[in-house]
Every structure is written in C-alpha cells, then in structure tokens.
Design a protein around this ligand. Sequence first.
Ligand SMILES: Cc1cc2nc3c(=O)[nH]c(=O)nc-3n(C[C@H](O)[C@H](O)[C@H](O)COP(=O)(O)O)c2cc1C
Length: 404
Amino acid sequence: MSNLKYKTILLGVCGGIAAYKSAYLLRELQKQGAEVRVIMTRAAHDFITPLTFQALSGHVVYTDDYQSEQRGMEHIDLARWANAIVIAPATANFLARLAQGRAEDLLSSLCLAANIPLAVAPAMNREMWAQAATQANVELLRQRDITFFGPDSGEQACGETGDGRMLEPDVIVSLIANKLFSHGELAGKTIVVTAGPTHEAIDPVRFIANRSSGKMGYAVAQAAQEAGANVILVSGPTALQAPAKVKVINVVSAENMLQQVQNEISHCDIFISVAAVSDYRAATNAPQKLKKQETLTLELVKNPDILATIAEQHSDVFCVGFAAETNNVKEYALTKLQQKKLQLIVANQVSADAASVGFESDDNVLEIFGADGSHYEWERANKSQLARRLISLISEKYHAQHTS
Ligand SMILES: Cc1cc2nc3c(=O)[nH]c(=O)nc-3n(C[C@H](O)[C@H](O)[C@H](O)COP(=O)(O)O)c2cc1C
C-alpha cells in the first residue's frame, strides 16, 4: 500500500503559470490516501481560484484574505497538523521569501513556524531560474535541508526552452512518497493500536469499566508514528489528548472497538492491542435508569476477544498483545501468547502497587515474550520511553519475519 496513506500534507500554491497543475497534484495525493489542505498565496488567485481546490479537497482553502472559517492562527495550527509541506509551484519570489525567513503572508509565516519536512517544486522562466539571485537562494535553502523537486527542463509556457518547468504531478507524488516519507524504521507500514478501557452500558447512566487510563496505548501510538508508520488509534473513553499525526477513532464498548478494528485491519501490517477490553458486558442494557433495590443481580455475558479474533482471521498481520495481570504474570502471558497465536505479548503487573506502575500511572514495568522464544524484562520507566523501546523491538521482529 502507499506510504502516503493517512499522511497529512500542506500543499502551498504560489502565483505561477503551473498553478493549474497543482489541482492534479492534489487529486493524485488524495488518491494515494493522503489528507491534503491547500494554502494559496494572493498571487496564486490570479492563476487558479481557491474554489477549485476547495471543491477537490472538500476543505476550506487557506489564503491571506481571512475568511470566517479561519481562526486567525492558521500558520501555527496547520504547521502542527501536517506531516510535511510541499510548495508546488514555488515561484522565484517565494524562494526568495523563504531564503530570507520572511513571514509576510500566511504561506511564508507557516513555513517559518513549522518544524517538519519542507519540499519545493520550483516553476519559472529559465532566465529567472538561472539568475544569480535565484541560484543563491536555492543554494541557501538546500543547505537548510529544504528538498527540491526539480525543476524539469523543456518547453516553457512563455515559449522558451530550458530549465525551470515544474515537474509533472505524478512525478512529484512519487518524490513525496520516496524522499519525504521514506525515513523511520516503520516507514510505509500501517499500524492499528487499541487503547484505553471500554465502557459496557448497564443502563443510560451506568456502565462497567476498568482503571485503564489509555496512557500506555497512546504512548505506543505516538512512538509508532514517530517511527514513520501510519497509525490508526482505536480508543476507548479516555481523558487524553490525541497524539499528533495519528488517526484517532473513538469507541465506547468492546463490540464497537472490534467493529472499528475490523474496518481498519485489512490494510494494516501490525496490530497492537493495548486496550483493557472489558471481558464481560451486561446481558441487557436497560432502556431506563434502574431503580434502587435491596439487591440487584446483573447477568453478564462474555465480550468478543478482539485480539484473538483478529489474530485468527488475519494470520498475515503481526499481532502484539498486552496482558495486565495481578499474579502468575509469566504463566498467564505465555498461555495467551500461544492460545491467541500472537507474535509478541507484553505483560505488566497490576497488583497492590498498581498506583505506582501500570494502570493510571505515567510509569510501567514490562516483561515481553516472543513467539520465537525470546524474553525481555524492562525495568520501571516512563511509558513514552518504554513505548519507543517496544516499537523498536516490534520493528526488529516484524522485519526479521518478513525478510526470512
Ligand atoms: C502571467 C504571469 C505568469 C507568471 N509566472 C510565473 C512563474 O511561472 N514563476 C514565477 O516564479 N513567477 C511567475 N510570475 C511572477 C509572479 O506571479 C510574481 O512574482 C508574484 O509576486 C509571485 O507571488 P507569490 O510568490 O506570492 O505567489 C508570473 C507573473 C505573471 C503576470
């Protein structure tokens, strides 16, 4: 599958003849599964209308003429939302603004406020491109790790022939995929992570839940994203902020969670089940609030086992489970590893000392068992650190399995 799936890309369009090609570029990026937002310079409006990009992308187009949909802090918001910025076409004027670090319009402000990969696809007359001033700007920008896509050589809109044409959109798309998103040990892989507890309704105001905070699952999702993966986080109810650049699907019950995981799993390479899924749900969900009684007996029925179901139905997916146990951690974890046919199981003790590690805590202690017989014991550490270490281990095992 394309490594652009779920990638968030800002497409900057400047005022040059090639701006019409940016509409094709937008379409091609969307076909590859990328989420694209468009920002236009004022001069770009003279060449193509914002409405074209709005209609194609289905989203408001960001411009310097502030609209009611714009909040006024787009240069910051968009810079934090995106995985990368691609400016196509990039005019001579814009390259000069970028080289000087100017922030005099939305697009240049955004580039200055961003700390993400930035690529430019220059498009201009051959003399403009060859000018010492332009070449000095290009040199400076290259030194600052700005990626150049092109320009191409050939016949130009002005009738002259030479260097300065914008590359064709399909070439730019493959350069974005291969140059901007080829890094990271899990680049190009799609990972589904579940996190948090599930809530199983008893009546409209009550539910069965557990103490999972979702912190470990969110940290795993974030670490996988940092390793270059496309991450889909299917999250039970938590109070946590969505990790940056991760697609989050919120669910409530175990049945909802299974449904959403099944919707996403067919195009996924790795499944990491961190959620503390309730083993049981109430046999009936009362339509009205249950009245107080001397005693109340609740009949519980077993919930689907999400991890076992996915591992059984998708033997091609690399499955990793988490096992929170209060006792016999090793024995129970090994049984789960074998019975559920997993590649790795991550066990953590949630016992009397659960307030300091495990559920709700920022720290954890992990013991990991692999289907290949490997065994790791990781001392107490912050969940983010453990998550990064775990993602490295998953990556190593996944690649070993797929190259053997
Ligand atoms: C008809 C026409 C075509 C132009 N084509 C280009 C072009 O292809 N590349 C370029 O760098 N500038 C081109 N320019 C000049 C830019 O539009 C001008 O420098 C503008 O200020 C760029 O603004 P921007 O960088 O904010 O988009 C063209 C100007 C006109 C009138």
